[in-house]
Design a binder for this molecule. Structure first.
Ligand SMILES: [Zn+2]
Length: 189
């Protein structure tokens, strides 16, 4: 079975088609973070449909869509729960409804660091390991923890988030989150 993968990054949106754990097609878009989450997802759709066409894949052959988001995510309800978000309106956005209207497929929304950890755990550097700490260095600095074979989420969905917005330099530059000298502003790409 094949699935659609959408990784909403702070700078780019990475899009892919994954078949049985292998990325068979991928591309990326510039993230328009001044636009709403819905506008960004609509732009992504156009590109995904082109990828599917190139791979001769029909919508009915797809198992679902995975969306990774750079923020706090309640994965059991597919909702973004951060107050501060890199995509406008993401914390009010109904991903289930959008995917159901647009694709008629199941969807999973997850924090980007946890999604990256899951990928490495199932198919990459963490294969066969039950305890993993993942650090993602991108536009932001993210982290996630797998403990005894279970993703650590915590009761407020921030379990395993170890770094990004901890201030490490009070005289540092202002971060987009409102603090100064966050790990992200001091050390991200
Ligand atoms: Zn910050």
């Amino acid at each position: 079975m094949s699935s659609i993968a959408i990784d909403l990054g702070g700078t780019t949106i990475k899009l892919g088609i994954v078949s049985n754990g292998i990325v068979v097609a991928q591309t990326k878009l510039q993230a328009a973070t001044d636009r709403t989450i819905e506008e960004n997802l609509q732009r992504s759709c156009i590109v995904i449909r082109e990828l599917l066409e190139k791979k001769n894949l029909l919508q009915k052959e797809l198992a679902g869509i995975g969306i990774s988001f750079p923020g706090i995510v309640d994965a059991s309800h597919n909702r973004v729960v951060s107050d501060y978000v890199k995509y406008k309106g993401a914390n009010q956005f109904d991903f289930d409804k959008w995917v159901s209207d647009e694709w008629q497929l199941p969807v999973v929304v997850e924090n980007d660091a946890r999604a990256a950890l899951t990928g490495e755990w199932q198919y990459g550097a963490g294969k066969g390991c039950d305890n993993i700490v993942m650090l993602t260095l991108g536009t932001g600095v993210g982290s996630a923890v797998l403990s005894e074979g279970k993703l650590f989420r915590g009761s407020h969905f921030i379990g395993g988030s170890l770094a990004g917005h901890i201030s490490i330099n009070l005289h540092g530059v202002a971060c987009t989150c409102g603090y100064f000298g966050c790990v992200e502003t001091e050390a991200s790409t």
